[in-house]
Design a binder for this molecule. Structure first.
Ligand SMILES: [Zn+2]
Length: 133
């Protein structure tokens, strides 16, 4: 990947982090994004294929680490990327509910990611985004 493209992709995620961390109540969380490129994408391949993110979180200590498969990000439209990214943040908030299997947590993460995007859009469309606080 060219440096310019890498910068562009990193910028997309940093903007999403800035956009969502405070409204989701995760401002005090320690959070980190780790970017991986062509040579390191093996870590993103699993039984369900290649994934975009790998997230590790600790709810008692309020930290979240998100590993990013940058080459896979390139063709994902902004809206979709936003939903997937919120989904990862939801893993931070829902981490304490995880039991043996991640499936239920995963599904709830997706539903909440969509819900938050709709609520934000609704607020912006109505011009009440500023009043929401
Ligand atoms: Zn998930």
């Amino acid at each position: 990947m060219k440096k310019k493209e890498i910068r562009r992709q990193k910028h997309r995620l940093k903007c999403l982090l800035q956009k969502w961390v405070e409204p989701l109540g995760m401002g005090a969380w320690r959070r980190a994004l780790y970017f991986y490129y062509e040579d390191d994408v093996e870590r993103f391949k699993g039984e369900l294929g290649e994934v975009l993110f790998r997230t590790t979180a600790s709810w008692p200590y309020e930290w979240i680490d998100i590993e990013v498969n940058v080459p896979l990000m390139v063709d994902i439209p902004d809206g979709e990327l936003e939903e997937y990214f919120i989904h990862e943040l939801m893993h931070g908030l829902l981490n304490e509910m995880r039991e043996n299997d991640i499936k239920h947590e995963d599904r709830v993460c997706t539903n909440l990611a969509r819900a938050f995007r709709w609520v934000r859009k609704y607020a912006v469309d109505r011009g009440t985004d500023e009043e929401a606080s």
